[in-house]
Design a protein around this ligand. Structure first.
Ligand code: HEC
Ligand code: HEC
Length: 148
């Protein structure tokens, strides 16, 4: 390969790689939008809430149960956790809510804690409001036998 061809090839590779990066940034749109890590993004608009009802059955035994009620305006931050005002062991009886699982009192190393583990503090990382809708992507998923 002569020198000129090598330079042209190298340039082509750089352009393809860079172009690909731009393209993938455009295609992979997150709900957060294309923002740098340090930027604060505004909360996405809420879809319509399903009326409060009983929880839908789980599809696999380890599934975080879906939230059977609206969580509109529920805040979870450093000082306050709206979910725990009803779901904590102290409050669940009065609120008539399911008390949080014992597994939520274990830290990532398996040590038992006396309060909710930091890794379980942001409830909506795992629990999402339920809605019975058509799947976004066609699939052949079947719940495990024990739950059918
Ligand atoms: C005002 C009280 C209240 C607040 C606040 C609240 N919940 Fe609930 N939640 C309930 C009640 C009551 C039920 C029980 C509904 C039932 O079983 O029919 C429930 C059910 C659930 C369930 C289903 C549990 C199961 O038995 O499978 C989940 C999951 C849940 N809530 C998560 C949350 C999360 C996450 C938040 C915070 C974003 C939250 N809840 C805030 C009252 C509350
Ligand atoms: C890292 C993911 C994760 C986070 C964060 C989390 N949960 Fe869960 N939650 C689960 C899973 C998985 C289950 C089902 C298995 C189990 O019980 O551990 C569950 C179960 C539950 C149940 C049902 C308990 C039962 O007896 O059936 C409730 C209620 C609940 N979580 C509430 C909460 C609340 C409130 C928070 C925030 C303080 C929270 N969870 C944070 C994953 C999570």
């Amino acid at each position: 390969m002569n020198g000129k061809r090598l330079i042209v090839m190298t340039l082509a590779i750089i352009m393809v790689a860079y172009g690909g990066q731009l393209l993938s940034q455009e295609n992979v749109a997150t709900m957060r939008g294309v923002k740098s890590i340090e930027d604060t993004s505004s909360a996405p608009e809420s879809k319509r809430w399903e009326p409060d009802s009983s929880p839908l059955t789980r599809d696999f035994v380890q599934q975080p149960p879906l939230i059977p009620h609206s969580t509109k305006g529920y805040q979870i931050n450093l000082k306050f956790n709206k979910c725990l005002t009803c779901h904590s062991w102290a409050n669940h009886k009065e609120a008539g809510a399911t008390k949080i699982s014992l597994t939520h009192f274990k830290d990532r190393d398996g040590n038992e804690l006396s309060n909710v583990s930091a890794s379980r503090y942001f409830c909506t990382q795992c629990h999402v409001p339920q809605r019975d809708t058509a799947p976004l992507v066609e699939n052949e998923f079947e719940p495990v036998k024990v739950l059918r």
